[in-house]
Write a protein that binds this ligand. Structure first.
Ligand code: 3HC
Length: 317
């Protein structure tokens, strides 16, 4: 006889055997709930993340830069669609997910609530934000939930292009005129600490990490991935002659990694709670884009309805 206990045993045996949980498999409600929470917020972050960079598409300094930025922003839209589709396999509809974003019930990454003031911000976002995203997303390719892990494999391939084109922008500016180098340093100063916040709160106060790691959704803790990101990025800054804006940053021979200064968690909480520099602007742009897209959604569903009607008429003829 199948009992909840036997279903739970099978669930954990599958996870502990490094196999995937698929949509049709039994899963604990809390596992499903945390996946809907994380995957939907990840998708929302991709869609909102298009806005800061979209701001510079018409002002890119060359056709080559414009093409790369256009491609990147289009990629982010695609990442959002993969992730919404992965989330829908958990039994929640797209409209409901978008409604949670539009009504503020669901979060998106704090990083996208900062302004993109100069062209160098496009470099800093690609280098630091997408660099942090890669650090966080590569382990998610081994997430226990099949559709999420498979979406991540595709996303990570495109993220590496995002990170490279960002670092190339920063390299060009850092090796350019004094003004250009100052612009790159200013962007690094403004994006460094918010990028560290992308990894989430310290492990000691993380609400979800313990269960998320037991369920092999999260493979490494917030602090572990943050540390790896710092250790990878500091030498990249030094290579192009930029300075990380942290006077306490120091290589620790013992741990073979960098010690760094305290993160301003009050700023993090303020931004996550809707009071960041661009929260209102981002949500207003998102809501306008959704409203402007109403006719496309209506046309697509009318077409789908007409298509299914003609198919059912053919079947009965
Ligand atoms: N911004 C907003 N909210 C954040 C956050 C951030 N930077 N970091 C953590 N939080 C929220 C969590 O969502 C959670 O709130 P909730 O319970 O309302 O969902 C709370 O803070 C506690 O954090 P936890 O560490 O306990 O939560 P998680 O275990 O979910 O860890 C996470 C947070 C590491 C962001 C994890 O959710 C994750 O890995 N998500 C998938 C990756 C992702 O969403 N990245 C966002 C950026 S996407 C991106 O950069 C795209 C690229 O193409 C540019």
């Amino acid at each position: 006889m199948t009992t909840i206990a036997s279903l739970e045993d099978k669930f954990y045996q599958t996870i502990d055997a490094e196999e995937k949980i698929e949509p049709k498999d039994w899963m604990p409600d809390d596992y499903r709930k945390t996946l809907v929470r994380q995957i939907s917020q990840h998708a929302h972050s991709e869609i909102i993340g298009m806005l800061p960079e979209g701001n510079w598409i018409t002002r890119a300094p060359s056709l080559k830069r414009k093409l790369a930025l256009l491609a990147k922003v289009q990629d982010e839209a695609g990442h959002g669609l993969y992730l919404y589709a992965a989330c829908e396999t958990l039994g929640v509809g797209r409209d409901e997910l978008l409604d949670q974003l539009h009504t503020g019930k669901a979060k998106y990454s704090s990083i996208f609530n900062y302004p993109t003031i100069t062209w160098a911000d496009m470099g800093a976002i690609g280098w630091l934000v997408d660099g942090a995203a890669i650090m966080n997303q590569v382990p998610l390719c081994r997430c226990s939930y099949g559709p999420y892990s498979r979406a991540m494999v595709r996303v990570c391939k495109e993220e590496s292009f995002h990170q490279r084109q960002g670092y190339e922008i920063m390299t060009t500016l850092a090796k350019g005129s004094e003004e250009q180098k100052a612009m790159a340093q200013d962007a690094l100063n403004r994006w460094w600490w918010p990028s560290l916040m992308m990894f989430g709160p310290n492990d000691s106060v993380s609400t979800h990490s313990e269960m998320s790691m037991r369920w092999k959704i999260k493979r490494f803790s917030n602090d572990e991935l943050r540390q790896r990101f710092v250790d990878m990025t500091v030498p990249q800054a030094e290579l192009i002659g930029l300075t990380i804006p942290d006077p306490l940053l120091k290589f620790n021979e013992e741990k073979k990694g960098y010690d760094f200064g305290p993160i301003d968690w009050d700023e993090f909480k303020m931004v996550v709670n809707g009071h960041g520099p661009c929260n209102e602007e981002r949500m207003a742009a998102r809501l306008k884009a959704h409203a402007d897209g109403e006719w496309v959604r209506e046309a697509a569903s009318a077409h789908a309805a007409r298509k299914s009607n003609s198919e059912s008429r053919l079947k009965t003829a």
